[in-house]
Design a protein around this ligand. Structure first.
Ligand code: FE2
Length: 213
């Protein structure tokens, strides 16, 4: 039996097999000292895994059981009676995307092709980072800050709770999780410190460039 992938690809493998938690792209301690192994262990091993497990329970035997993760998100978005499925599907997708949005020794100069596009849209890399930080810090309650591509322009947007810019036709390039579970063990209420450390030391511009193609 083949397992469906939740790795942000639109590939649909076997029908009605469970969605699988993708492996972390690095060791749990690889992002220290910015994000500790303890945080990653809970965030990936409990929260992200929990969304995948809940989603599999919720879709078993339903019209959604044979769909890819992206199809589940698209077909439940904006349907209040399907909110539980949407929330768990979107959080499954968002977290896989978030892990890839960071890497050890990230946060350096973006690759030239991306830097050009950032400068065209924001004026400078610093201005882009400031906008991302501001979106991440100002999101009230749980949610996400995103670098997205919309009609050829790079933009920063924020979403609440599980919501994902895919739903409104924007192409995500990077995500920063600002749910408290992402930083509370390491930074307590200091969300701004977590966000600026992620942007300066972990953000994965190569991943953003791959997504912008
Ligand atoms: Fe999270």
């Amino acid at each position: 039996m083949s397992n469906r992938d939740t790795g942000n690809s639109s590939t649909m493998l076997g029908a009605a097999s469970p969605l699988v938690l993708p492996p972390l792209p690095y060791a749990e301690n690889a992002l220290e000292p910015v994000i500790t192994a303890k945080t990653i262990s809970f965030h990936y091993g409990k929260h992200h895994k929990g969304y995948v497990d809940n989603l599999n329970k919720l879709i078993a035997g339903t019209e959604f059981a044979d769909l890819s993760l992206e199809e589940i998100i698209a077909s439940t978005a904006g349907r209040p009676e399907r909110a539980a499925i949407f929330n768990n599907a979107a959080q499954t997708w968002n977290h896989t995307f978030y892990w890839k949005s960071m890497r050890p020794q990230g946060g350096e100069e973006p690759p030239a092709a991306l830097k050009q596009r950032i400068e065209a849209s924001f004026g400078s890399v610093d201005a882009c980072k400031k906008e991302l930080a501001s979106a991440a810090v100002s999101q009230f309650g749980s949610g996400w800050a995103w670098l997205v591509l919309e009609a050829g322009i790079l933009k920063v947007v924020k979403t609440a709770n599980a919501d994902v810019p895919l739903r409104t036709g924007m192409k995500p390039l990077l995500a920063i999780d600002v749910w408290e579970h992402a930083y509370y063990l390491d930074y307590q209420n200091r969300r701004a410190d977590y966000v600026s450390a992620v942007l300066d030391k972990l953000i994965n511009w190569e991943f953003a460039l791959q997504n912008s193609g």
